[in-house]
Design a binder for this molecule. Structure first.
Ligand code: 8DG
Ligand code: MN
Ligand code: MN
Length: 372
């Protein structure tokens, strides 16, 4: 049957990603991969607005429950601007998009991707280096730039850290983290967050959220965890911060801010190729019997745990959209710490993610549906 395209169901026509169920990888990976390149390229140029527009298109396409075969099927759907539609049309008609191919092969994109692929190097630093003609690790090394501790570790473990972390490796890291956490604070709870909680099969790091059912017991926990990891020789690098969050009478801080103030540790683990871990690709570069893996550890008081879990599960776009929904549609500000109702001028408590969605007037989206 040819006919007109069917009306999009309401949840697909929803313009906020947090109103939709978005599985991984979705039915339109050719299109989403292409839009992701354009989004990344814009982000690497420091053009956040343009990056966000492509991310929204990408998210919308990933949420569709079938493979798109013609542009007409996208009629009436939100989040797809003219530019995205042109790229999609190219891909549907020719199998490739010339703009995407040009972007991928441009020296600037390649260099910026390589340089920001160094742990500890952000867009601003990479841009400065690229302007000076630095396009490779070798050129960076001979440039004489002094690197901070994070960047030194980033260069040192570059190959390992740019090899995706597999599900098996994430599970092996979970075993290590749980062992250490329970030995320094019995009763503490360790929850896998980030992309792996969303059901992704690989990731750029492994994210953990740690709490204890007795409020206050978690204070200072990050230091004990780090000390124990170090004594067991499991850490290659770590940078930790203590908790600086305080509720203010005026309500939660800027809703767009994705940084939070938990006790946390950005680290690089030494994952050994031992019995708990049998993946074939388990050796690091250079044939070492271990590999370096990026791990984020975050400690939350139990009273903020639901918010922290929602915040650290992602995806980044899903988080952004949830916060945008809260402000624009509910006059609330949401962070990884709390939800503040600006009309009632009070904080809304929650002990589960379901309660937060309910406060926001959103239908609950399970972690595996948050891959916007
Ligand atoms: P990946 O590692 O598989 O590439 O994907 P991911 O797990 O979704 O990305 P991530 O960079 O590890 O971030 C996981 C979530 O953590 C993401 O939704 C944003 C959230 N997050 C916070 N606060 C902070 C913060 O201060 N820094 C970073 N990098 N992420 C934060 O809630
Ligand atoms: Mn992650
Ligand atoms: Mn992370």
């Amino acid at each position: 049957q040819q006919g007109d395209p069917v009306e999009a169901p309401a949840f697909l026509a929803a313009s906020y990603a947090c109103q939709r169920n978005t599985p991984q990888p979705g039915h339109n990976t050719l299109l989403t991969a292409a839009l992701s390149v354009l989004a990344e390229s814009a982000e690497l140029n420091g053009d956040e607005g343009r990056g966000l527009a492509f991310r929204r298109s990408e998210g919308l396409l990933r949420s569709l429950d079938r493979r798109v075969q013609g542009l007409a099927e996208l009629r009436g759907l939100p989040c797809l601007g003219d530019h995205s539609r042109r790229v999609i049309q190219d891909l549907l008609e020719n199998g490739v998009s010339s703009e995407v191919e040009e972007t991928k092969s441009s020296p600037r994109y390649k260099a910026m991707k390589l340089l920001t692929g160094i742990f500890g190097v952000g867009v601003k630093t990479a841009k400065r280096w690229f302007t000076e003609g630095i396009c490779s690790l070798a050129q960076l090394e001979t440039s004489g730039h002094s690197l901070n501790a994070a960047q030194q570790a980033g260069v040192c473990y570059y190959t390992d850290l740019n090899q995706p972390v597999s599900r098996e490796e994430a599970d092996a890291v979970s075993v290590m983290v749980e062992g250490v956490v329970h030995s320094v604070l019995p009763g503490a709870r360790v929850t896998l967050a980030g992309g792996f909680r969303r059901g992704k099969m690989s990731g750029h790091d492994v994210d953990f959220l740690i709490t204890h059912p007795d409020e206050g017991k978690e204070e200072g926990l990050i230091h004990k965890i780090i000390a124990c990891l170090e004594s067991r020789g499991l850490l290659l690098y770590q940078q930790n911060t203590r908790n600086t969050y305080r509720e203010s009478a005026k309500g939660a801080g800027r809703p767009s801010s994705s940084m939070d103030r938990f006790e946390r540790c950005f680290s690089i683990f030494k994952l050994t190729n031992d019995s708990s871990y049998t993946a074939d690709n388990g050796t690091g570069s250079g044939g070492r019997p271990w590999r370096a893996v990026r791990v984020d550890l975050v400690v939350s008081p139990i009273s903020q745990f639901a918010f922290a879990l929602l915040g650290w599960t992602g995806s980044k776009l899903f988080e952004r959209e949830t916060r945008r929904w809260a402000v624009r549609e509910r006059s609330m500000s949401l962070s990884s710490h709390a939800l503040y109702d600006r009309n009632q001028e009070r904080y809304l408590r929650a002990s589960s993610e379901e309660e937060i969605f309910a406060h926001l007037g959103l239908e609950y989206v399970s972690p595996t549906g948050r891959n916007a």
